[in-house]
Design a protein around this ligand. Structure first.
Ligand SMILES: [Zn+2]
Ligand SMILES: [Zn+2]
Length: 103
């Protein structure tokens, strides 16, 4: 999955966008196509699914397994926040992550 950095749309297939229509005539040949967001034609990045809420996020909105308790691969900030409150066992490790997110 991919997520648009501009409008936040999540999609599995980027849209082919004609380079001429994007940058104006004179930029790139008419058969030059770029990948863009299907909603706004903006730039996008690979998206990762949060294990807890199952929404998609960009990698800088998530923590990955190296920073998480054992057996957890991918969590968004919102869910880390929630789990820290609910689960004391996680508190130490996840609090460290939260600090990192808040920088
Ligand atoms: Zn977009
Ligand atoms: Zn989440």
């Amino acid at each position: 999955m991919f997520k648009c950095a501009d409008c936040g749309a999540v999609f599995s297939e980027p849209q082919k966008i004609n380079a001429g229509s994007l940058y104006g005539v004179g930029y790139g040949a008419n058969d030059d196509y770029l990948d863009g967001c299907p909603e706004c034609e903006g730039g996008f990045e690979k998206a990762y699914q949060c294990e807890e809420c199952e929404e998609y996020f960009l990698d800088d909105e998530l923590a990955f397994e190296d920073d998480l308790p054992d057996g957890v691969e991918c969590l968004c900030k919102k869910c880390i926040d929630k789990l820290v409150k609910e689960n004391k066992k996680w508190k130490k490790k996840l609090n460290k992550m939260l600090k990192w997110f808040l920088i």
